[in-house]
Design a protein around this ligand. Structure first.
Ligand SMILES: *[C@@H]1O[C@H](CO)[C@@H](O)[C@H](O)[C@H]1NC(C)=O
Ligand SMILES: *[C@@H]1O[C@H](CO)[C@@H](O)[C@H](O)[C@H]1NC(C)=O
Ligand SMILES: *[C@@H]1O[C@H](CO)[C@@H](O)[C@H](O)[C@H]1NC(C)=O
Length: 495
């Protein structure tokens, strides 16, 4: 038989004297038990040794402590972020000679009636929808600074007994297409611009008020409002549009508190506003400076898993990838002492992004007569959990499949330093944890300190598992960014 043919044929094994074919597994196992036993033991020993080596931490990089504002005499005033305003002024799209749809003949949408004096996360959820509307109607989104106090005569505002910046330029908090970065290659959309540039290229914009789309006024359905306004803007000829006047805050805060918000996910999650969302350079630098406190020490095994994931699913390793082994908790304190009681009295439900049907934890309230007391207990436990309740929930979540390999905890919190330290101690008592770190332990420069909520959200976004507060818009936005990252829904949990 020509040799090359043997590659394509099954060989019949030679038969022994009794006519059975050798060697087969059965023959080996039964005829040479000692050899078999030794081989099996060798294989097991080798496998165990390999696993032991793989699960040893890789040599730890020396931790260089980043600069912290507490190391220096405290500046008298908060930062004004003038360098960031300068960066925004110099964005390349601020150029009237650019061809359509940018430049002097470009298309623009400015929504002057947006939230102000509200928390960052109320402003942020609205900003995402506004900028998507501009994107969907091929207009450049016109952005303002994040505004706590619009009075130009006050650069600082007193809040809780200390000064905060009245306004923070958007690019100190976020970047990505909503804040002026280029859209991905296949999207020829005009880039976002500042209000100052808009006023230069659009001295006489068409003014629309909310009443120009009467169906959308008072609607609680974000999906419906978006569709109606896309139609309206597509039928508006003027290249310059400004929303102002009655009901001109077309995505008011309450629509983000309805379960129907999740019905926008099919298109919202695909919008480059979401897929190319990024945190600011300032928040990213704070992430880099603090990564050693929150990221578990990597083992060879972790590296193998990362390599496997990048090979299998093309998951990129970088500043936005999952931090394996990290559990992040959002523990809302401060004004929530009264807020949780009010929420109970109103019977408020969870924020929209916290109610994806796939989620494990849901808000289930008793119905019927005489349940006020029972409901109040549920609201307190889930909105204002005690340290013992937090530890109990964390212990339960750590037993789930999604939490396999968790070794560190980071607590996003606005609690007082002492309370946060006490909680850290109680969490550390849980077996098998390397470290517990809280927002109060991070090292931040004076400029980073006033945008530290962006860093907290960034860390929550990257966690392997996240436990948040269902009523909090900060939790909701973290959950939305996690879903956009493509996490398993079961890794988003709630008190
Ligand atoms: C403005 O855009 C034009 C046209 O693309 C370009 O030639 C010019 O260099 C730009 N100006 C600046 C200051 O970048
Ligand atoms: C606010 O800050 C800007 C920029 O630094 C400065 O030009 C302006 O004079 C300040 N305004 C007041 C009222 O202090
Ligand atoms: C409601 O509860 C209170 C105390 O728990 C009880 O005294 C009262 O009879 C209850 N009322 C009804 C209508 O069940």
């Amino acid at each position: 038989m020509p040799l090359f043919q043997t590659r394509w044929r099954y060989h019949l094994l030679p038969t022994d004297s009794k006519g059975s074919r050798i060697p087969t597994w059965r023959n080996v196992l039964f005829r040479r038990p000692i050899t078999t036993l030794i081989s099996v033991l060798l294989v097991i020993t080798f496998a165990l040794l390999t696993l032991l080596t793989l699960s040893k931490p890789v040599a730890n990089d020396a931790v260089v402590l980043a600069e912290d504002w507490r190391d220096f005499p405290q500046p008298k005033f908060p930062p004004l972020y003038e360098d960031v305003y300068e960066y925004e002024r110099n964005l390349p799209q601020h150029n009237e000679s650019l061809p359509f749809p940018e430049g002097a003949d470009g298309r623009y949408l400015y929504q002057s009636s947006h939230a102000w004096g509200a928390g960052w996360n109320n402003a942020f959820q609205e900003l995402l929808f506004q900028s998507h509307l501009a994107f969907a109607t091929q207009r450049a989104f016109v952005f303002d600074p994040y505004t706590w106090n619009p009075d130009p005569l006050q650069n600082y505002t007193e809040y809780n007994g200390h000064l905060i910046p009245s306004r923070i330029p958007l690019n100190a908090l976020v970047s990505g297409p909503l804040a002026g970065a280029a859209f991905p290659d296949d999207n020829p959309n005009p880039r976002s611009v500042t209000k100052e540039y808009f006023e230069k290229v659009c001295p006489n914009p068409t003014i629309l008020s909310g009443d120009d789309v009467p169906d959308a006024v008072d609607s609680t359905d974000a999906n419906f409002i978006m569709q109606k306004w896309i139609e309206k803007l597509q039928n508006t000829e003027d290249r310059c549009v400004k929303l102002q006047g009655n009901h001109a805050q077309i995505f008011p805060y309450f629509i983000f508190g309805y379960e129907t918000l999740t019905e926008t996910w099919s298109w919202f999650s695909k919008s480059p506003i979401v897929t190319h969302f990024a945190w600011s350079r300032l928040a990213t630098s704070a992430m880099e400076a603090n990564l050693a406190f929150i990221k578990p020490i990597e083992t060879f095994f972790d590296r193998l898993v990362s390599m496997f994931n990048s090979f299998m699913w093309g998951e990129k390793q970088g500043i936005y990838s999952q931090i394996n082994g990290l559990l992040v908790l959002h523990v809302r304190r401060g004004d929530y002492a009264e807020h949780c009681v009010n929420l109970a009295n109103w019977g408020a439900l969870w924020m929209g992004w916290n109610t994806f049907p796939e989620f494990t934890d849901k808000l289930v309230l008793p119905t019927g007569q005489n349940v006020t007391e029972e409901r109040h207990v549920i609201y307190m436990e889930r909105c204002w959990p005690t340290q013992e309740q937090i530890v109990a929930k964390v212990s339960a979540v750590l037993k789930t499949r999604e939490a396999w390999g968790i070794r560190r905890i980071y607590v996003m919190t606005n609690a007082k330093v002492e309370w946060a330290a006490e909680l850290r101690g109680k969490l550390m008592a849980i077996n098998g944890l390397e470290t517990v770190t809280t927002s109060r332990d991070l090292r931040l420069s004076w400029t980073q300190k006033f945008v530290s909520h962006a860093l907290d959200m960034f860390i929550g976004q990257r966690a392997q598992v996240f436990i948040g507060n269902g009523w909090s818009s900060m939790t909701a936005n973290v959950v939305m960014l996690r879903m956009a990252r493509g996490v398993q829904p079961g890794t988003n949990r709630f008190w």
